[in-house]
Design a protein around this ligand. Structure first.
Ligand SMILES: [Zn+2]
Ligand SMILES: [Zn+2]
Length: 387
């Protein structure tokens, strides 16, 4: 039996358990850095199939690194498993997690035969928007020795190289002064007005930014009562741009809009976070081409998506990994349209038969890509030589 058939057979024997794992994570959504159950279940699944598991890597309690095989090419398969506040697994990270385990156990079956060391890196908190798990794990050495990294992310449709842009999430806090809103309004300093002014300035700024830039946010505290002048207000905002470099140009302009709110109202403003932004994704061309042919061999071609091929999508801390280590981040379709990521309708789609099939195809396409990287002397050796 050839290596790919061996990997497939190994996957098949675990398929039911992996689907159950995906559904279990989906049924117990956990926010970033709080993914205790998911992390424990993933570690347990990998230990059960012979991986050596190190929990809590990089000082992050819900991170882990699991390893099998002893070949010269070290691949890191990234697992994400955090959810979104209020809408559960609306980004399908249950599928990412289960497909990472599936890919790893399938590739591990033939690892020594083809020359692979297979790692699963459990990366918490992708949805937090600043200082995500992968950024902290990169800084703290948890990707040490990895020659190439990969993961597959659910989406409405298959897309090999989504235009993933840089992003920075930060918090804004205004402090004014309380007063009776009717009897003594002249004694108050209105911190809610500061947010209104900032949002107006941001609206005007939109004329002067790139069409691919994004500015979006929420008010997290707008005041306590209509008859008390709000003295403490806050907001969370995300700024995105094509690259980290473009983001660095845009951010000060956005910050000035928030400063304008403070200036006009006489309140004080403090901006926190945004210090560890998500980088743009740099897709490794040779790895992406190999993944494409494996996906096609599984009967999952990449359709021509027209404008979707070039328009900006979201952001991920896998972008930071991709700038450090050759990486791919294909999107796998779960046939959810009109439902799209970050909608409760998408949450519901992440445990359908289409989602389970995506888990299977993602796992096998990644496992087969690992095998090809190890056996394709040219690409494999260039990855090892690069490190
Ligand atoms: Zn998401
Ligand atoms: Zn996601």
């Amino acid at each position: 039996m050839d290596a790919k058939s061996g990997a497939r057979e190994r996957f098949e024997s675990s398929r039911a358990g992996l689907v159950e794992l995906s559904h279990r994570i989906h049924a117990h959504p956990e926010l970033g850095f709080e993914e205790e159950k998911a992390s424990a279940w993933l570690c347990e699944s990998l230990a059960d199939v012979g991986f050596s598991v190190e929990k809590g890597v990089g000082g992050l309690p819900t991170a882990f690194r699991a390893r099998a095989g002893s070949g010269p090419l070290h691949i890191g398969i990234c697992a994400e498993y955090d959810c979104l506040p209020g809408i559960g697994h609306a980004c399908g990270h249950n599928i990412i997690a289960a497909s990472a385990v599936g890919a790893a156990l399938a590739a591990a079956k033939v690892a020594d035969e083809v020359g692979l060391t297979v790692n699963v890196i459990g990366t918490p908190a992708e949805e937090v928007g600043n200082a995500g798990g992968k950024i902290l794990l990169l800084e703290r050495g948890a990707f040490e020795g990895i020659h190439a990294a990969m993961m597959v992310h659910p989406a409405p449709f298959d897309m090999l190289r989504a235009k993933i842009i840089a992003a920075s999430m930060f918090e804004v806090h205004y402090t004014g002064k309380e007063s009776h809103a009717s009897a003594f309004p002249e004694l108050g300093v209105n911190a809610a007005d500061a947010i209104t002014i900032a949002q107006t300035a941001l609206g005007l700024l939109r004329q002067h930014i790139r069409s691919t830039d994004r500015i979006h946010g929420i008010v997290t505290n707008g005041g306590a009562a209509p008859n008390v002048i709000p003295a403490h207000t806050s907001a969370k905002y995300i700024v995105r741009s094509g690259t980290l470099e473009q983001l660095a140009e845009l951010r000060p302009k956005v910050h000035r809009c928030f400063e304008a709110g403070a200036l006009a109202t006489g309140s004080k403003v403090v901006i926190t976070g945004g210090d560890k932004p998500y980088a743009e994704m740099r897709h490794h061309e040779a790895m992406a081409a190999i993944y494409r042919s494996n996906s096609e061999a599984l009967g999952r071609p990449f359709p021509n998506l027209g404008e979707w091929e070039t328009r900006p999508t979201g952001s991920t801390d896998m972008g930071n990994v991709s700038l450090a280590i050759p990486s791919i981040h294909p999107m796998i379709g779960i046939n959810s349209l009109p439902a799209v990521n970050h909608q409760p309708e998408f949450t519901a789609h992440c445990v359908t038969p289409d989602a389970d099939k995506a888990l299977e195809d993602a796992a096998l396409a990644m496992a087969w890509t690992c095998i090809d990287l190890a056996t394709n002397a040219e690409v494999g050796e260039s990855l090892i030589a690069r490190a």
